[in-house]
Design a protein around this ligand. Structure first.
Ligand code: ZN
Length: 395
């Protein structure tokens, strides 16, 4: 009966559309509470542009779902006494950061505050690490019995193919084709999400560092290797098989030293922490088992060869960053890693290298150090789990 079909069609479209609008409004309100709390219903309406009645309905629903709590009553002029709303910090997330040397497992609340953590050595054998990681996650869940665990977010130093559930590229971890998600999902019954470390840092910046208004930013993580996470047009860029953002493995000199990826002269061979230690050794000092932090310390104590090695590394970080600027035209570049502890040394060199080659018509992006104590990846995994409910909507 064609007439009946025609009569039904507009109704179905209207239904889907109003549900979509409700979902967007819910995310707007939830994100405003997350970023501005404690906040009153009146301020939510003013900031969101939604009707007071719409805001009240959404808030009642969020309270019923235990996402939001009503806090103390405020005092305002003219006798108004609004009730302030805040996120329920009894909802927690298990955050995991797998790094080539050590792995951290932490419990965080929805505000990105860390409540407890365990640290373990990262075994070269993925089966060994996955076993101790699963036990640690179970232990922390057991210790959070009175709270509701939302899920597990995992940051990995490589690229994870979400469709195949496999770690496909992790040259500094030297694991291949490992399923990181399912063993933990099976053991805990929780939803587990895995993300590349640099992408996790992008989420941390957008969620917790109030950079949600920035629609184009790139995070460059510098440690044993160099990773980049790309936020373009307000979205995380993953690419085919999750492989987007591997600027660290673009060769700056095809005749350069070998790289963990099998190539030669990649950006990370010249701009990583390991590169700085190599420059120091090449200047005639045997660094032994010296770490990158030791090298920073020596430079600060007046060791000229250490300072020179760091300057060479900084110049290459800047040169590689030019590729990122030319390719993506970001508004901001956030640098994550131990080098930010000596930003007075690195910042000016990186900025001058980037400025030296901005294309005609291009803008010089702000290069910002992520001053943090190694928690960006973990905070990013908290955002990774929460974005199921909060969305990635930039406000
Ligand atoms: Zn490489």
């Amino acid at each position: 009966m064609p007439d009946q079909k025609q009569a039904d069609a507009p109704k179905r479209i209207q239904g889907a559309s109003s549900e979509f609008v409700r979902d967007i409004n819910r995310r707007i309100v939830l994100n405003l509470i997350r970023t501005r709390h404690p906040i009153s219903r009146a301020d939510l309406a003013r900031l969101s542009g939604l009707q007071r009645s719409t805001v009240s309905l959404i808030v009642e629903q969020l309270i019923a779902e235990h996402w939001v709590l009503e806090g103390p009553t405020g005092r305002l002029p003219r006798g108004r006494r609004p009730t302030f709303l805040r996120l329920n910090d009894e909802r927690v997330i298990i955050a995991v950061d797998i790094r080539p040397v050590q792995t951290t497992v932490a419990v965080a609340d929805a505000n990105g505050r860390f409540l407890s953590q365990e640290i373990m050595a990262t075994s070269a054998d993925p089966d060994v690490l996955m076993r101790s990681l699963t036990q640690s996650v179970e232990r922390l869940i057991g210790g959070s019995r009175k709270k509701k665990v939302e899920g597990v977010g995992i940051s990995v130093p490589g690229r994870y193919d979400h469709s195949a559930d496999r770690l496909v590229f992790a040259p500094n971890l030297k694991w291949q084709d490992v399923d990181i998600r399912n063993p933990i999902a099976r053991a805990t019954g929780l939803e587990v999400t895995v993300e590349n470390a640099a992408n996790a840092c992008v989420l941390a910046a957008v969620w917790f560092d109030r950079m949600e208004e920035c629609r184009n930013l790139v995070v460059v993580t510098i440690s044993e290797g160099i990773g980049t996470g790309v936020w373009a047009n307000g979205r995380l860029v993953r690419g085919l098989n999750g492989m987007a953002g591997e600027f660290g493995h673009v060769p700056l000199d095809p005749n350069g030293p070998p790289c963990g990826c099998g190539g030669n002269g990649c950006w990370e061979v010249f701009g990583s922490n390991r590169a700085a230690l190599r420059y120091y050794r090449e200047s005639g000092v045997e660094p032994g088992d010296m770490t990158f932090l030791d090298l920073l310390g020596r430079a600060d104590q007046g060791d000229k060869r250490a300072a020179k090695a760091l300057e060479t590394m900084a110049r290459y970080v800047g040169r590689g960053t030019r590729m990122v600027v030319a390719g993506l035209a970001p508004e901001r570049i956030i640098i994550v890693g131990d080098l930010t502890r000596s930003w007075h040394r690195f910042g000016p060199v990186i900025e001058s290298e980037v400025q030296a080659q901005v294309l005609p018509g291009g803008c010089v992006p702000k290069v910002i150090p992520a001053y943090e104590d190694g928690m960006a990846r973990l905070r990013g995994t908290v955002a990774l789990v929460l974005q199921k409910d909060f969305g990635t909507l930039a406000l």
